[in-house]
Design a protein around this ligand. Structure first.
Ligand code: ADP
Length: 662
């Protein structure tokens, strides 16, 4: 600008004033302002605090940038050259000259006087500390990077877990979906979700559920976790797990946020499993029903076989004896199998219940021992029982089930013992609150059970294969039933066994004690059948039964005891007879034409209370007993009956009615 050098004195003076003014203005600025010429020589500096200068001003004024600015010199000289060359302002950002100081500056370079001669060229460098801005920018950038990373991670994890995220802003009404939500609903990313359009994906009935849950999330601040069905944009049916939770601000729900997971596969597998389980249960029930019906059906003819065999026992020639024994053994064994299967199906269907009555425990043990006496003697083993003196004689128990537990264990013990003894030990553990806790042990000196097999012998149909005993009879159900029966008494059965030494099964059972301990005990029956002959002569009995074989068997057996019953085939005929005859007892079958056993028992109970009723049935269900207990009929004679059982019941009647004296 040549015209400056040509200014007159006044102008010069004005300029001088202006310069002074400018100088004071400049020093009030936060920036540091340098004046340099075109040769890049420092001419002047304005700064409000000289200590902030990179070196004392005497050291750089009059010197060139290249000589004083060290490592930053090149940056500065190039920038200044560019400004002179282009005539336009420029700027450079740089870090503090001392690399240890974390400060950033921006220098703006402006041409003030553009002269052709470099030493007349005037430039102003204003330096501004931009550290705060720079740091803020860096922080922002870092935050942005982190946000990006966490978005990527969210994306990735949602992708991996097949989870979609969503948010419903209650204040703006806006709905946000993550990328996976678009995929889940089969929608392009330009689709703009609203609460209505989101809910529309849910199946009608499920929409009501999620609607209600969203409402509760808002009104009651309750989160939810549901399994619902959706139909996607492409019409695909999917199962989703929908989780939602309220987001609070100042104790107000402002948003609901949640996740949606595609659980179609899991759900389909689950439904498949439920279907398979139902089918398996149905199949099992059909099997049980079939077994149950078949067993009942087989019992009827078997009753006939056993009855006839028992009659033959009373009257036979010497050479028939062995055939009869074999016949009875096989028939009894078949009956045992059928009873096991029946019990097992009842256990499987949870139908087994205890029928509690007052029981003479001593008598029960005695009967069991009698029952096994011959089989033990035949094998040359001793059968012993030890009852502690304080064991109560009378307890409230289910005699059939308790007998069955002990029978099964003693029968196994005899079966698997070749020498030595089988012992039944009974000990009183405690008497508390009218309840006695009794410890039972069945011990043998038999082959024992190897340790590795001990865990599995309680499983159904499990027979441990021990070579020498492979041929033994049985279903492998005995111990399963025994264990279930013990469990039915709220207890557990335990086993201790050593191969070659013997086995020991033990358990504790709690029984209520009868309130009045002074009642007479049970009538005892001699074991010898032959001694019952003609013992009940004079007893008047009515037999109501429709099966001819059963009639024949019962009639013959009764005749052996000296009883000549009147026989009728149904309830109607029975009622005719009782009108005009006097009976001490009546044996009633249950399933009969016209008036069946149930109806007949009720009528007779009411109208002929003097006739002692005995239910004569092949139905060994507990319900049958309970049904009759309601009308005070307690005597049940099971078909097939053991002659001793029939005798025992009739003897009781005969004694009570004074037909015979004890
Ligand atoms: P099973 O009808 O075969 O007797 P169980 O369920 O009563 O069926 O018994 C299962 C298996 O346990 C038997 O086959 C036998 O191998 C074993 N077992 C049971 N009791 C004894 C015992 N006292 N001594 C040795 N083995 C026994």
């Amino acid at each position: 600008m040549d015209h400056i050098s040509q200014n007159d004195g006044e102008t010069e003076k004005k300029l001088q004033e202006l310069a002074t003014h400018l100088q004071s203005l400049l020093t009030s600025l936060e920036d540091i302002v340098f004046e340099i010429d075109g040769t890049q020589t420092f001419k002047n500096v304005w700064v409000h605090d000289e200590t902030v200068l990179f070196m004392p001003k005497e050291k750089f004024l009059g010197k060139k940038i290249a000589d004083v600015m060290g490592p930053l010199a090149a940056l500065f000289t190039k920038a200044v050259d560019d400004v002179i060359r282009t005539g336009k302002a420029g700027e450079v950002v740089y870090k503090h000259i001392d690399s240890a100081v974390n400060k950033w500056y921006k220098v703006r370079i402006r041409p003030v006087v553009k002269a052709s001669e470099l030493k007349n060229y005037v430039l102003v460098l204003s330096i501004q500390d931009i550290t705060p801005q720079r740091l803020a920018k860096l922080a922002l950038q870092e935050t942005k990077e982190k946000l990006e990373l966490s978005n990527q991670l969210l994306d990735f994890s949602q992708e991996l877990s097949k989870t979609a995220g969503w948010e419903f802003n209650l204040q703006t009404g806006a709905v946000f979906w993550t990328r996976q939500a678009y995929r889940l609903f089969d929608k392009k990313e330009d689709f703009e979700p609203s609460i209505e359009s989101t809910l529309a994906f849910f199946k009608d009935s499920d929409r009501k559920i999620i609607d209600k849950c969203n409402e509760e999330a808002i009104t009651q601040k309750k989160p939810y976790d549901l399994e619902l069905r959706i139909v996607t944009g492409k019409g695909a049916n999917k199962w989703v797990r929908a989780i939602g939770a309220p987001v609070m601000k100042d104790n107000e729900v402002v948003m609901i946020r949640g996740a949606l997971m595609d659980i179609t596969l899991k759900k389909e597998n689950e439904l498949e499993l439920i279907k398979a389980r139902n089918e398996a249960e149905n199949a099992s029930r059909t099997k049980s029903d079939f077994l149950s019906i078949m067993s009942h059906e087989i019992r009827t003819p078997l009753n006939g076989i056993i009855g006839i065999a028992n009659l033959l026992k009373l009257n036979h020639t010497i050479d028939q004896e062995e055939h009869i024994r074999n016949l009875i053994f096989s028939a009894d064994h078949l009956m045992e199998l059928i009873n096991d299967i029946l019990d097992f199906t009842k256990i499987e269907n949870d139908k087994l219940e205890l029928t509690l009555v007052e029981v003479d425990l001593f008598q029960l043990i005695k009967n069991i021992k009698n029952q096994f006496k011959s089989s033990a003697t035949a094998k040359g083993i001793r059968l012993k029982s030890f009852l502690d003196d304080d064991v109560p004689q009378r307890i409230i128990a289910d005699p059939v089930r308790l007998g069955q537990i002990l029978n099964n264990l003693i029968s196994n013990a005899i079966k698997f013992t070749d020498k030595g003894e089988v012992t039944l030990l009974i000990k009183l553990l405690s008497v508390k609150g009218g309840k006695a806790l009794i410890h039972f042990v069945v011990k043998d000196t038999g082959i024992g059970i190897p340790e590795e097999l001990q865990g599995s012998i309680f499983e159904s149909f499990k027979q441990v294969q021990q070579s020498a005993y492979r041929k033994h009879s049985g279903t492998g159900l005995g111990l399963t039933i025994t264990q279930k029966l013990v469990e039915l008494h709220n207890s557990r059965i335990f086993l201790k066994s050593r191969p070659g030494v013997g086995s020991q099964f033990y358990f504790d059972l709690a029984f209520d004690l009868p309130s009045d301990q002074n009642q007479p005990g049970y009538l005892t029956v001699s074991a010898e059948l032959a001694s019952y002959r003609q013992k009940l002569t004079g007893l008047q009995v009515l037999l109501v039964e429709d099966n001819p074989i059963n009639i024949m068997v019962a009639q013959k057996q009764l005749e052996y005891f000296g009883v000549f019953p009147d026989c009728v085939r149904n309830g109607k005929e029975a009622l005719e007879l009782v009108k005009n005859n006097r009976y001490h007892a009546a044996l009633l079958d249950l399933h009969m034409p016209e008036i069946d056993g149930y109806a007949l028992a009720e009528i007779m109970r009411k109208e002929y209370p003097d006739i002692h009723l005995i239910i004569f049935t092949a139905d060994i269900m507990a319900e049958v007993k309970m049904e009759f207990a309601k009308i005070n009929v307690y005597d049940i004679l099971n078909k097939p009956f053991a002659p001793e059982e029939m005798f025992e019941i009739l003897l009781k009647v005969a004694q009570a009615r004074g037909v015979i004296t004890a």
